[in-house]
Write a protein that binds this ligand. Structure first.
Ligand SMILES: NC(=O)c1ccc[n+]([C@@H]2O[C@H](COP(=O)([O-])OP(=O)(O)OC[C@H]3O[C@@H](n4cnc5c(N)ncnc54)[C@H](OP(=O)(O)O)[C@@H]3O)[C@@H](O)[C@H]2O)c1
Length: 262
């Protein structure tokens, strides 16, 4: 089948039309006869090598498209051949046929043109983002309540915290107890013993002294009380430095699309 191919990450001008084998859907995928595909900012970044991940070359760009389902994988329950769909994917849209995950496709209502549908999943979102960002510029960064990200002693997220501090945006540390793993750390245990406290409280006191908002979760009332009491626990500079040394990039929420620097 015909496809637009990216052989090198040197930009849209170097894309070439070529012939490739028709892809075959895996169990959770659908094969689509592409009627329309859009050009998104993400496509531009991907073929220029500026996106946070690079597919092996040559690859078929095209992050969103619409068309008609021609085959489905064994486990696909939502779609059948003949259905009109729109879908998003990392790659594949600039070809006569493309593959999409069942979970990344939506059925098109009657009357929605393929050309319209092919722009909704990414380009619409990009435009929306631009409008929201523009609103932020209009209302001022101080109108943003907080930026909620993963921060705990094993993932201290300094670069992002510094960026937010420079922009005057507070940071809320989600998962501040590393899902309870802080309880097993010898450094936190030692500091906790000195204060007659729990390691979890030490972790929270550390984050609070960094100026972060913390949102620890517990299903136990006594722990909720103990976690709240961490607001009264004062760590000294040596203790802060010891806990700072526990940072090891220990991300727990780690999506595959996360950028390499993160
Ligand atoms: N915005 C986002 O994308 C995002 C992502 C993840 C999480 N969050 C939010 O962040 C909040 C906290 O996240 P989380 O619950 O995943 O992680 P967490 O607060 O770091 O850890 C909760 C776990 O730690 C245990 N725990 C609580 N207090 C403790 C203590 N003092 N010592 C030892 N273990 C303790 C709890 O067990 P017990 O119940 O047995 O006490 C629970 O298993 C939640 O409100 C969550 O919704 C937001």
């Amino acid at each position: 089948m015909k496809a637009v191919l990216c052989h090198s990450f040197t930009g849209p001008q170097d894309l070439r039309l070529g012939d490739i084998d028709e892809p075959r859907p895996a169990a959770d995928e659908i094969l689509i006869d592409v009627h329309a595909a859009s050009v998104s900012f993400m496509d531009q970044l991907l073929v220029s090598g500026l996106y946070q991940m690079r597919p092996p070359t040559p690859f078929v760009p095209g992050t969103e498209a619409s068309g008609v389902v021609v085959a489905v994988g064994d486990k696909v329950a939502t779609f059948k051949p003949g259905d009109r769909v729109a879908c998003s994917a990392w790659t594949g849209g600039y070809a006569e046929r493309m593959i999409a995950k069942e979970s990344k496709a939506v059925r098109l209502p009657d009357g929605v043109a393929f050309e319209t549908a092919a722009t909704v999943l990414h380009n619409y979102g990009t435009a929306y983002y631009a409008l929201v960002e523009r609103a932020r510029a209009l209302i001022g960064a101080d109108a943003i309540a907080t930026n909620q990200v993963e921060v705990h002693p094993f993932l201290q997220n300094r670069r992002l915290r510094d960026h937010c501090a420079a922009a005057g945006i507070t940071v809320t540390a989600y998962m501040p107890l590393a899902k309870g793993k802080v309880a097993d750390d010898p450094v936190l245990q030692g500091i906790a013993r000195r204060h007659g406290a729990e390691p979890g409280q030490v972790a929270l006191a550390f984050l609070l002294r960094l100026g972060l908002i913390v949102i620890p979760a517990s299903s136990r009332p006594e722990r909720m009380r103990a976690n709240f009491a961490a607001t009264a626990l004062a760590l000294d500079d040596a203790e802060m430095a010891a806990i700072a040394g526990l940072d090891r990039g220990g991300r727990m929420i780690d999506p595959e699309w996360g950028p390499a620097w993160d």
